[in-house]
Structure formats: structure tokens, C-alpha cells
Design a protein around this ligand. Structure first.
Ligand code: PAF
Length: 324
């Protein structure tokens, strides 16, 4: 009798454990760069916070390095529900939500403080709401960083040095127009293809923030980096509307908090790479051009603003510039 009772207790404990294990849901958190990057830090912080707040009901699995495709593919994955959460630059997002192009304009943000304040404030919230009207859920603005040009041919100090260079850009029409105006031959390409394209000489260069360049070890295939800072590249934590619609209000709150934790971790890693990345690139043999004629680049790139203003007018740009 005693043995039978113990057996029953053990069996029900086992059943409870199995039940709990079955109930645990695994959220996929995907991004296009290495797990050692600022997005990797953000993905892990998202998962840890979600696990903590949900008491283990949710856990997560990071899918880094474009294992689930380039950023455009992953955004489509969110829309059809094959991916739960994506950390992506705003680069391909304008193809889905054109209002977001306002954030991709060259030489718009003055510095990191300006960009973060804008994205955390009214403008950022309005744009998140717009995104959520377009079969996506914008959980929080995160960060990629100020973009700089690397290439295998020559140092770039001004627009003349960029003439004729084949530069991989994101699949973003504002960026492509700016690079055309600045004299380069822009070649849009999904990020997972970029390293091989640089290695094989399909393109001469690419442009990305320091944390991307260091995490991708671009010094293996690029000789020069010029600190052009030609555009601030926001990132965003996006979720699938299919996943989010199936959640209770409390659970949705957990996802929002997890996104905030992700943003904090990503920004901290961007800050670290901004402090240490230039030296790391030099140590790995890159030639760094620190002095760049940004005014000349900014002037030449001005017509790219029309892609946004011809449709939406100048108001949003003025509001962004006014953020102090
Ligand atoms: O260059 C890009 O496509 C993006 O900046 C990257 C590296 C995927 C990060 O969002």
C-alpha cells in the first residue's frame, strides 16, 4: 500500500513535469549577423527577459547569421508566422512600411543621442504604430549604428574617391539613390551574400556600422574603412502578428519588456564597439580614414530626401531635426 502511494505521487510529479515541459513554448529570435554581434547580445537579452517574466513558460532560440534568410526574407517570415521575432535594420522595412524611409535619410541624425531620443520619443512611437498597421508588430526601436564605407581599392576622404566604386547597399531605395548621387555604383544585396561577394570581387565595398564590420571580420576581405557616418541605421525588434494575436494581454506585456531588455543590451554593445572597434580594425590591418569631407557628401546626397518628401512632405524630417 505504502509503495503504491509513493508510486502514484512519483507518477503524478512526472506527469506534471512532462506537462510543464510540453507547455513551454520556444520563440525563435532571428537576425542576419553573427551571434557575437550587438544583435546577438540583443537576442539573448530578449530570451532571458522573456523566460524570467513568464516563469519559464516561454523560452527562446536564437537564429543568428541569416540562418533564416536575409532581413527582407525574415520580415516576410514574420508576416506568414514562420518566425516569431526578428531583430533587423530598418533597411528593408521601407519596402513594407514606406513611412519608415524617413529614418534612412543620409546625414539626418546628428549623433547617437539624437537618434536614440528620436526613436524613444513621439516620432519613434508613431512609426512603431504605423508598422503595426502593416501586418507586423513593432515592439521597440533598437540600434544598428552609424554606417561607414569599407572597400578594397582606395581610401575615401571625399566624393571623388567614391567615383565608380561598386558598393553593396541594403535593399533600400533611399540608400541606393544616395550612393548613386555620391558617384558610386550601388549594388543591393541581402547581407548573408555580402562576405562572399566582397571576397570574389563582385563588389568593391560595402557600408555598415562598426559593430557589424567587427562582428563580420570584414578585414579579411576589405583593406580600407572611411568613417563617413553617412547615415544612421536604426534597428527594430519586430514580432509576428500571428504570434502576438495569440497572446493574452499579460503575455504581450512580457514580449514588450523583453524587447526593451534587448534594446538596452544592443545599445550597450554598440557603445562598446564604437569605443573599441576602430583599434580592433587597425590591429587587423585595416587602413582607417578618420577625416572625411562629410559636408560635401551631405550636399551631394540631398536629392535622396525627395523619395520621402515627394510622398509625405517635409514635416517628419523637420520634427526629427528639431529633437534636442
Ligand atoms: O547591411 C545590412 O544589411 C544590415 O546593416 C545588417 C548587417 C544586416 C544589420 O542589420
Amino acid at each position: 500500500m505504502f509503495h503504491f502511494r509513493n508510486l502514484m505521487i512519483a507518477a503524478s510529479a512526472l506527469a506534471l513535469t512532462a506537462g510543464a515541459a510540453q507547455a513551454q513554448e520556444v520563440i525563435t529570435v532571428a537576425h542576419a549577423i553573427s551571434a557575437q554581434s550587438h544583435y546577438g547580445a540583443g537576442a539573448r537579452a530578449f530570451i532571458a527577459k522573456l523566460e524570467e517574466l513568464s516563469g519559464g513558460k516561454y523560452t527562446g532560440k536564437e537564429a543568428p547569421a541569416g540562418t533564416l534568410g536575409g532581413e527582407r526574407d525574415m520580415i516576410e517570415g514574420l508576416q506568414i508566422g514562420s518566425i516569431d521575432v526578428v531583430i533587423t535594420s530598418s533597411g528593408p522595412l521601407g519596402n513594407f512600411v514606406p513611412e519608415v524611409y524617413a529614418l534612412d535619410l543620409p546625414f539626418l541624425f546628428r549623433d547617437y543621442a539624437h537618434a536614440r531620443k528620436t526613436l524613444d520619443g513621439e516620432v519613434g512611437q508613431e512609426l512603431l504604430a504605423k508598422i503595426s498597421e502593416n501586418n507586423l508588430v513593432g515592439l521597440a526601436w533598437s540600434e544598428n549604428g552609424f554606417r561607414h564605407i569599407t572597400n578594397s581599392k582606395n581610401a575615401i576622404a571625399g566624393p571623388d574617391d567614391l567615383k565608380g566604386l561598386k558598393v553593396r547597399t541594403m535593399e533600400n531605395k533611399v540608400h541606393m539613390k544616395a550612393f548613386t548621387d555620391m558617384g558610386a555604383a550601388p549594388t543591393p544585396m541581402a547581407f548573408p551574400e555580402v562576405f562572399a561577394a566582397l571576397q570574389q570581387g563582385v563588389v568593391d565595398g560595402q557600408e555598415n556600422p562598426i559593430p557589424v564590420i567587427t562582428a563580420s571580420k570584414f578585414w579579411e576581405v576589405q583593406k580600407h574603412i572611411s568613417l563617413t557616418g553617412h547615415v544612421y541605421s536604426p534597428a527594430i525588434v519586430l514580432a509576428s502578428p500571428i504570434r502576438m494575436d495569440a497572446l493574452s494581454e499579460e503575455e504581450r506585456g512580457w514580449f514588450m519588456e523583453a524587447a526593451k531588455a534587448s534594446v538596452a543590451a544592443t545599445r550597450a554593445e554598440v557603445d562598446k564597439q564604437e569605443r573599441e572597434g576602430v583599434q580592433l580594425m587597425k590591429d587587423n590591418g585595416m587602413e582607417v580614414t578618420m577625416t572625411v569631407d562629410k559636408e560635401a557628401f551631405a550636399k551631394i546626397a540631398e536629392p535622396s530626401y525627395e523619395i520621402y518628401t515627394s510622398q509625405y512632405g517635409p514635416e517628419m524630417i523637420e520634427r526629427i531635426r528639431a529633437v534636442q
